[in-house]
Design a binder for this molecule. Structure first.
Ligand code: TLP
Length: 352
C-alpha cells in the first residue's frame, strides 16, 4: 500500500507498481517512440489491441489525454458530442472537450450510467441550418460518478444501434472496463465489440504508475497518433511506461475480483452504521459511495475526522463520500476503514 500511516481509499490511482513491474522497467528494451523505435511500447500496443479485439492501440500519458485525443480523432471542431451528464469527460477533464477539441457537449441523463437508447435518439437533432453536426456518442464503463456501475454489453449494443442508424461513432471511456468485465465474468471483448474506439487506463486498478491506451481501427490510431503529438504527448523512451503495462495486462486483471469483494464487504459494513446511507445497488465493482447528510458534519469535517482515524477518502459531491478498493487493500484494511467511519459516526451521533 502507498502509505504505511493511512488506509488510502481515495482512488485506485494511488496504487504503486508491483515488484515485477519495477523489474520489467529495469530490463525494458527501449528506443525513441516518436520514431516508432521503442520495442516495448510496440509490444504493449499490440497486446492491448489484441486484448480489446481491435486493430491497433496507442499508449498515452493519462486517461484525460486518452479521452482528449479520442474526442479530437472522432469529431471535427464545431461538431456535437453526446455525453452522459455525469461523465468524467464532462465533469473532470477541465473542459478540454470544448477548450481544446472544440466540440459542443450535449448531455443526456441516466440512472446508473447506462444511456437509454431512446434518450440518445431524442438528443440527435435533425439536419438543420441552425444545429451543429452530431458526430459522436460517448459512454463510460465502469461509470465513475455513478459509483463504479457497469454498463452491460447489451446496453452498449443498444446505444451502438442508435449510433449506427444515425451515422455517429460510439466511443467508450473504458478507464475501468476491466473491472466491468471481471465483475460480470466476461471477456472484455464482449464490451469492446460494440464500440468503434475506446480507451482504458493502466494506472488505476491495474496498478501501473502511469499510462492509458487508446484503441480502435488502424486508421483511427494513425490519426490519434498525430493528435497525441499536437498535444505534446509524443514520448521518447516510453518503454519504461509500457513495460509495467505489459505486466498489468498479463498479471493484474484477474485480481480485480478481490477489489470487488472488498468493496462489497466495505459497503455492507458501512450500511450498518447509524447515520450512514449506502446505495448497495451501485456497489458493482471497486467503488463505494455513501451519504453522510444525517451525521451533522460538513464534508470537510468528515474527511478530516476520517484522517484522524487513519483513513483517507474523497468527497464525491455534497454529503457523498467515495471510497475505492485497489491492489494493496486487503480484508484487514476494510475492517480498519469500517471502524474509522464507525468512530466518526458515533462521535457525531453523540454530539447531535
Ligand atoms: N478518475 C479519477 C479522478 O479524476 C476523479 C479517479 O480518482 O477516479 N475516465 C474515468 C472514468 C476516470 O475515472 C478517470 C480518472 C479518467 C478518465 C482520467 O484518468 P487520468 O486521471 O489518468 O487522467
Amino acid at each position: 500500500m502507498p502509505s504505511e500511516e493511512f488506509v488510502d481509499l481515495r482512488s485506485d490511482t494511488v496504487t504503486l507498481p508491483t515488484e515485477e513491474m519495477l523489474e520489467a522497467i529495469r530490463y525494458a528494451k527501449l528506443g525513441d517512440d516518436v520514431f516508432r523505435e521503442d520495442p516495448t511500447v510496440k509490444a504493449l500496443e499490440e497486446l492491448a489491441a489484441e486484448r480489446m479485439g481491435k486493430e491497433a492501440a496507442l499508449l498515452v500519458a493519462s486517461g484525460t489525454q486518452a479521452n482528449l485525443v479520442s474526442l479530437m480523432t472522432n469529431a471535427k471542431r464545431g461538431e456535437l458530442v453526446i455525453l452522459e451528464s455525469e461523465s468524467h469527460i464532462y465533469w473532470y477533464e477541465v473542459g478540454g472537450v470544448a477548450a481544446i477539441a472544440g466540440l459542443l457537449p450535449w448531455t443526456v441523463k441516466s440512472q446508473f450510467g447506462a444511456l437509454d437508447p431512446a434518450d440518445v435518439e431524442a438528443a440527435i437533432r435533425p439536419k438543420n441550418i441552425h444545429f451543429p453536426e452530431p458526430a459522436l456518442i460517448c459512454v463510460e464503463n465502469t461509470h465513475n460518478r455513478h459509483g463504479g456501475t457497469i454498463v452491460r454489453p447489451e446496453q452498449l449494443e443498444a446505444v451502438g444501434r442508435v449510433a449506427k442508424a444515425h451515422g455517429l461513432r460510439l466511443y467508450m471511456d473504458g478507464a475501468r472496463v476491466f473491472n466491468a468485465a471481471v465483475a460480470l465474468g466476461m471477456d472484455v471483448k464482449e464490451f469492446t465489440r460494440h464500440v468503434d474506439s475506446l480507451m482504458f487506463c493502466l494506472s488505476k486498478g491495474l496498478s501501473c504508475p502511469v499510462g492509458s491506451l487508446v484503441v480502435g481501427t488502424a486508421e483511427f490510431i494513425e490519426k490519434a497518433r498525430k493528435n497525441r503529438k499536437i498535444l505534446g504527448g509524443g514520448m521518447r523512451q516510453a518503454g519504461v511506461i509500457a513495460a509495467p503495462g505489459i505486466v498489468a495486462l498479463e498479471k493484474m486483471v484477474g485480481r480485480l475480483a478481490d477489489d470487488h469483494l472488498n468493496a462489497k464487504s466495505l459497503a455492507e459494513g458501512l450500511a450498518k452504521i447509524s447515520g450512514v446511507k449506502v446505495d448497495l445497488q451501485r456497489v458493482q465493482t471497486n467503488m463505494v459511495l455513501f451519504n453522510i447528510s444525517n451525521l451533522g458534519l460538513t464534508d470537510d469535517q468528515f474527511i478530516l475526522k476520517l484522517k484522524e482515524n487513519g483513513l483517507l477518502a474523497l468527497m464525491h459531491g455534497t454529503n457523498v463520500v467515495r471510497m475505492v478498493t485497489h491492489y494493496g487493500i486487503e480484508r484487514k484494511h476494510i475492517e480498519v476503514a469500517i471502524a474509522a467511519v464507525q468512530a466518526v459516526a458515533d462521535d457525531a451521533n453523540r454530539n447531535s
